[in-house]
Design a binder for this molecule. Sequence first.
Ligand code: SF4
Ligand code: SF4
Ligand code: FES
Length: 349
Amino acid sequence: MGEKRQFKVWRGDETGGDLQDYQVEVNEGEVVLDIIHRLQATEAPDLACRWNCKAGKCGSCSMEINGMPRLGCMTRMSTFSETETITVTPLRTFPVIRDLVTDVSFNYEKARETPAFAPPVGVAPGEYRMQQVDVERSQEFRKCIECFLCQNTCHVVRDHDENKNAFSGPRYFIRAAELDMHPLDAREDRKTYAQQHQGLGYCNITKCCTEVCPEHIKITDNAIIPMKERVVDRKYDPLVWLGSKIFRRHPDDDELVQSGSSHAVSAGPAMTGVDLPDAHERTEEQEVERGVNWHRRVGPAQLPAVGANGRLGVSEAAFDRSGAASPFGDDVEFPLPPRDLNYAHPDQD
Ligand code: SF4
Ligand code: SF4
Ligand code: FES
């Protein structure tokens, strides 16, 4: 039987809540998520908390522990002194659903907006070849478990909801960097996209995101700063500027009208010289014509059926499949038509 330790856990929902005191047994080797589970098994059976793997790999159990964004399953109780009161609160940047569960859909919206990997034209899947050094460079970014601790920590959105529209956040800067550094990615406008649409310029490289990353990804040093340097190289290079004056073309024009380049991703018509509207202002038809639809229609995610009390109903238990309903909806046929994808392979019918 372990000792009882003092905890404060935030309880409430979108209408409000407060910290509640609990005394919970703690045993050797336990982590904070064990304590949350013990609370659920004893005096707080309706305490809401998201978790899946309890191994630091699913990214579900993100919470703030003594004010620090952490994974509950990777925070050992032995890191706190025995007399310390441990305070557990939900992620502050995202709206609370209930107790420790927040609505992180902001991140999925930003993920949907990010153009996917664009394979090179004329190279069949299975024939892609890369140098090991290039594999290793992006491998670091692929370790991301999408815990969104970095997103939660970033001061650009933490207390500034109004910035969320224009700022994708560090998790999506590493995605942009990964694709920009990918030798087989055929898109040439990753830098422009990061600067103009992901809000890379809002980041003032405080490195707070790097500090909280449980996968120890060097978000700032290896992704954000190189991306900023690439943007500057492209946009402010005096020779490129001089060339743009002589030939009356801006470097970004080339990137945004890539369908006219020899590395064209799209089989669409050449658009060099066309005054393209900002990517967020293009119509869906214009996007589909380019072969890249950043604003494809995605059906709303289907939530499991919960009652007014926030609990799963009997229908969920009686569901004929073991998992939840498909987020695409049950009436969708695959393959999806190209206009519903954010990238259509050039060889795709
Ligand atoms: S380095 Fe940039 S992205 Fe990371 S927390 Fe600071 S401002 Fe946000
Ligand atoms: S970059 Fe790190 S902190 Fe951010 S979502 Fe991925 S694993 Fe989590
Ligand atoms: S439960 Fe999966 S990361 Fe914590």
